[in-house]
Structures are given as structure tokens and as C-alpha cells.
Design a protein around this ligand. Structure first.
Ligand code: SOE
Length: 396
């Protein structure tokens, strides 16, 4: 396996150029504009099956090279980082080939479509790390300043012993029964539905903020709309319908509860059928000494209740997480001017570039992604079983 030698520059090769590809491309560009980075990311090449569409994307983002074959792409001499922004069925083969070729890998979430694939990726990441090759999974919301700050409050003991985790991820983009059967609704491409696409974020976020992992889960999943029109192209969140219909093979919604290794009780809801909710990620954590509450639809705010205050004074108060002392916020605008969805991806790029430059293990790691995958598998097993709490498998 070749050693990674390029330090001052970090030449990034992006695979995929739809929604996630665009937001990653923008993030790689903005990261060195706003953050001091010892290894400066530069998006040098993009790979997509359709040369025309990949070419247009390259032109839009000023990317010098276009490739159509990911196998050749991961071997390229002109890239140090492979950034994977394609559907889940391609994550494992691309990530493993890239790591074996000595490329650092950033892989979109969920890490894989099955725990077995995830396990193979974790093993490849571990082998590569011995040669200084780094890997990270794209649980991007860790880069939300309010979420990173909530974790700091937990770490500082401000919540005390954690008793409850309450997490919801609510969207409504497929409520229309004529919305087409895009790849996110196909098990063989996406692995699962709302569960893996958005529930996975919740599982990671809960673990990130509290430092606790689920030990067992009990779950229900549902597919409300079982047949949908086929898409006219393999579109994303805004596809249009073509001719014919097909079967929806993933869940539309998943509800699950669990017990953590720290003794907390946790509940999770992930749905694409919450009319009126667009990208509402809500997390509340209750500890013996206090609570935090977050909603991504107001992402610059964190609500904090300090239970150690006299009862007459205590109560949830809003912290505007835009101060220079808040995670990531100091690099941007003056206090109160706020950040958006795209900034969390910039922070993800920054964290990865910094880890590569300093030789640290990036977080969230493939190992963290493997944990989430095992939870997703336990949720599906519990839902299929219909009655029992299902242990979350340990790492093999
Ligand atoms: C669609 O549900 C989606 O784009 C997810 O795939 C992303 O991970 C999330 O950030 C926004 O919603």
C-alpha cells in the first residue's frame, strides 16, 4: 500500500455529483477560505458515470478533471482524498478499493447497506490507518455548532447523569403518493429507507452528544406507500415521474426505543411523512443536573436548562450558538449572524483535513459508522420480529 506523502495540499477527488456531491464540493472550496488548514483541500477531479453531467458539474465548480470509471479514479496519482457521494450500494467497494490504493476516504452516510459491508470497511480502514491513511464517515450534523456545544456541556458534566435521550428526524418530501421511486426508496441501492437515511443521523448524533451507545432496541417500521411511479431518471429529492410503477422496498418511517450502555432510556423517530416538517432534527437530552434541546430548523440555537439553579430561576433558556467561543462559530460571522445547512459540511471537511494533517484519527470514524450500522440492523430485526427487544451486536 502506498504511503500518503502529500502534505501542504490535499487533492480531493469527488465521486458523485448530485445533492451531496454539490454540497461536498462547495464545502471543500470554502473550508480553506474560512479556516486555517495545514493541508489545504483542493477539489481537483470528479467522477460520475455520465460524462456529460459530470462535465457540467466540473465546469460549475471549476474542477479540472472528469472521470467516468470509479475503479480507475481511486487509483489516480493526482488525488489524495476520495470523497464518496454515491448511493450506499457502492460505498463498500469504492471505499475499500480507495483505502487499498492509499487514499484517504470520506464516505457519505450511512457507512454501508449492511453490517457485513460496514465490517469489511472498518477492517480496511484499520489496515490503512497503519500506513497513515485516514477515513471518516459523513455524519455531518456533528459539525453543527449547537450540537458540538451540547456535547461540550455533557462532557463538562453540566447535564449530570443522563437519563433520557429523545431524538426525532422529521421530513415530508415523499408524502405525495405520486412522488417517484428514487434510489433512496430502493433497498438494493439505499439499504433501508427513513431508517438508514435520516434515523442513522439520530443514532450517531445521540452517541456523539452523550458518549453513550445503544445496547438493545425495540422497533416498529412502516412503508405507507407500497407502489410508486418509476422516476424518469435516477433522480434525488426532486425527481419527476416517468412511465410505469415499482415496489417501494424500504421503510417510510421507523420508530425505536433503546437502552444505552450508560443506563439511559432513548427513543427515536425517523420519518419522511411528517407533513410540514422539512428537515427537523430534534434532540433532547435530560440529565440529573440539566437538559439540552435542539431543533435543526433553528440550527443556531441550543436550549439549555440548568437544574442546579434555584427552581424559581431555572428553566430552558436559549443560547445563540454564534459566539467566538462556540465550536466552529468563531471562523464565520459576528455573533448572532448565524450559519446554515451547508456550513456543517464545511466543518466536516475541516475536521477531516485537520485529522489528515495532524495524523489523528478522524471522527466520526468508520468504526463509529459500523456501530450505527449494527443499530440499524437490530432495529430491522426487532421490527421484523414484532415483539422483542433486540440486542445490538458487539463488534466482531
Ligand atoms: C434526504 O433525506 C437527506 O438529503 C439525507 O440524505 C441527508 O443525509 C440529510 O442531511 C438531509 O436529508
Amino acid at each position: 500500500m502506498p504511503e500518503s506523502t502529500n502534505t501542504g495540499r490535499l487533492r480531493v477527488g469527488l465521486i458523485g455529483h448530485s445533492f451531496m456531491g454539490s454540497i461536498h464540493a462547495a464545502a471543500w472550496r470554502r473550508a480553506p477560505e474560512f479556516f486555517d488548514l495545514a493541508a489545504r483541500p483542493e477539489l481537483v477531479a470528479v467522477c460520475g458515470r455520465d460524462a456529460g453531467r459530470a462535465g457540467e458539474f466540473a465546469e460549475r465548480f471549476g474542477i479540472g478533471r472528469v472521470e467516468t470509471d470509479w475503479r480507475r479514479f481511486v487509483e489516480s496519482d493526482d488525488v489524495d482524498v476520495i470523497d464518496i457521494c454515491v448511493p450506499g450500494d457502492l460505498h463498500a467497494p469504492i471505499a475499500i478499493a480507495a483505502l487499498e490504493a492509499g487514499k484517504h476516504v470520506l464516505c457519505e452516510k450511512p457507512l454501508a447497506n449492511t453490517p457485513e459491508e460496514a465490517e469489511a470497511m472498518v477492517a480496511a480502514a484499520r489496515a490503512a490507518a497503519a500506513h497513515g491513511v485516514r477515513s471518516m464517515v459523513g455524519y455531518s450534523y456533528r459539525g453543527t455548532p449547537a450540537i458540538a456545544y451540547a456535547r461540550q456541556l455533557v462532557e463538562a458534566g453540566r447535564l449530570g447523569r443522563i437519563r433520557h435521550i429523545r431524538a426525532r428526524y422529521l421530513q415530508d418530501w415523499i408524502v405525495d403518493e405520486d412522488f417517484p421511486l428514487v434510489w433512496r426508496l430502493q433497498r438494493e441501492r439505499a439499504g433501508s429507507g427513513a431508517l438508514g437515511d435520516i434515523g442513522a443521523h439520530l443514532v450517531d448524533m445521540a452517541a456523539f452528544v452523550t458518549g453513550q451507545r445503544l445496547r438493545e432496541v425495540g422497533a416498529m417500521t412502516e412503508t405507507f406507500v407500497k407502489q410508486r411511479p418509476l422516476p424518469d431518471a435516477s433522480g434525488g429529492l426532486s425527481a419527476t415521474a416517468g412511465a410505469g410503477t415499482g415496489e417501494v422496498t424500504v421503510d417510510d418511517a421507523a420508530l425505536f426505543m433503546g437502552r444505552t450502555d450508560g443506563g439511559a432510556l432513548a427513543s427515536f423517530e425517523a420519518t419522511r411523512f411528517a407533513t410540514g416538517r422539512k428537515n427537523a432534527i430534534q434532540l433532547e437530552v435530560n440529565g440529573a443536573a440539566g437538559s439540552v434541546y435542539f431543533d435543526f430548523e433553528n440550527l443556531n440555537e441550543l436550549w439549555f436548562h440548568d437544574h442546579t439553579l434555584p427552581a424559581a430561576e431555572a428553566g430552558f433558556r436559549r443560547i445563540h450558538v454564534t459566539e467566538p467561543d462556540h465550536p466552529f462559530a468563531g471562523a464565520w460571522w459576528p455573533p448572532g449572524h448565524g450559519l446554515g445547512y451547508d456550513h456543517v459540511f464545511v466543518h466536516q471537511a475541516v475536521e477531516f483535513a485537520r485529522a489528515i494533517a495532524s495524523g489523528a484519527d478522524p471522527a466520526p470514524s468508520f468504526d463509529d459508522g459500523g456501530y450505527v450500522q449494527r443499530v440499524l440492523a437490530a432495529v430491522e430485526a426487532s421490527s421484523a420480529d414484532g415483539s422483542r427487544m433486540t440486542p445490538v451486536a458487539g463488534r466482531r
